[in-house]
Design a protein around this ligand. Structure first.
Ligand code: FAD
Length: 308
């Protein structure tokens, strides 16, 4: 069970030290994580946009447990958005935010803090000319996330949200959000969810993704198709064509470092391709989750430990 072992290792300080301490393993990390500081992620964004891609930037962080931590995350995003504006990247860059990092899971007034701090980020994005998309977290947060989205959109109608095809409720959420101006990122879903609320077999999740995709492509909003799955990428292209959508009427999104050739191919064919760029000091949990998804990634890491 290498995946389970690896996920357990996500909590290991010793392994973290080992990975961070070697130049070779740092190189493997940099394949999936676009650096630790603002200037590093802006440099990667500049390189990708020069190659015809768009980007959405996520500041990595786990477990925001105090309000001052959440305000620190807000300030980091504000600085990032200002840097993107100064670098002339606003038209092709946006920010991805998690409400839990912005106070959403604080025990007192979590929703209010998340709304207020995300609103501050949206105001900074508006000043820089960028957009913001809210990541979706586990199923217990969906109602709150959609309520915050609704309130934010009254002031910033370009704010987008991720919906997870694995959840039973999502086809209905897609119908609700398939209106003009609405930006929806469709993903399979990254959280281990109970069968009472989610499809658990991968075939069911794929079928649900396709169903949601049909709803979004037939609607009036702007679908953001976030998958590396070749079959679903083909479905999106077919459904976009069947619904008369041109290249600017929907986009693909993939994670930095995953299927990079496919990202370049889709961009080269004229599709809008947005790369999700995670960065920050707290990269370790994200990195080990990406390794656990694919055995070949483990080999990359193992080889980087090997002498000379
Ligand atoms: P999979 O069936 O997992 O993968 C399809 C194929 O992609 C694999 O066969 C393999 O070839 C390749 N692949 C997948 N992962 C890897 C890897 N680590 N290394 C190498 N190859 C790989 N989830 C949420 O719950 N909330 C979010 O807000 C959210 N935002 C996301 C934003 C973006 C831009 C993307 C791309 C994903 C996001 N996710 C989010 C994660 C998503 O839910 C899935 O967990 C993840 O994308 C893997 O699913 P997949 O559609 O790529 O299909």
């Amino acid at each position: 069970m290498p995946n389970r072992l690896l996920l357990n290792a996500a909590g290991s300080d010793r392994l973290r030290g080992l990975v961070a301490g070697s130049a070779m393993t740092r190189q493997v990390v940099r394949r999936f994580v676009a650096g630790e500081e603002n200037d590093e992620v802006v440099a990667v964004a500049r390189r990708l946009t020069a190659a015809g891609m768009h980007v959405t930037i996520d500041h990595l962080g786990e477990d925001t447990t105090t309000l001052s931590q959440a305000e620190g995350v807000r300030d980091t995003y504000r600085a990032l958005l200002a840097s993107l504006g100064r670098a002339g990247l606003a038209a092709s860059a946006e920010a991805s935010v998690k409400l839990s990092a912005l106070g959403g899971s604080l025990p007192v007034d979590g929703r209010d803090h998340a709304y207020r701090l995300t609103r501050d980020i949206c105001a900074a994005a508006a000043a820089a000319g960028c957009a913001v998309t809210i990541d979706m977290e586990d199923h217990s947060t969906v109602d709150t996330t959609l309520a915050v989205l609704h309130d934010l959109r009254a002031e910033f109608p370009w704010v987008g949200v991720a919906l997870q095809a694995c959840l039973h409720r999502t086809v209905s959420d897609c119908r609700d959000l398939a209106y003009a101006g609405s930006r929806v990122r469709l993903v399979k879903g990254a959280y281990a969810e109970p069968a009472s609320v989610a499809h658990v077999r991968s075939r069911q999740v794929d079928d649900a993704f396709e169903h949601c995709l049909r709803v979004l492509m037939a609607g009036d909003g702007y679908p953001m198709v976030a998958t590396h799955d070749p079959r679903l990428v083909d479905s999106a292209i077919r459904l976009a064509r069947d619904n008369g959508r041109g290249a600017g009427d929907f986009e693909f999104q993939m994670l930095y470092g995953i299927r990079a050739n496919e990202q370049a191919r889709l961009a080269g064919e004229g599709h809008r391709m947005r790369v999700y760029l995670p960065y920050g000091h707290d990269w370790y949990g994200y990195f080990t989750r990406r390794l656990a998804e694919k055995p070949a990634n483990l080999l990359l890491l193992a080889r980087s430990f090997a002498p000379g």
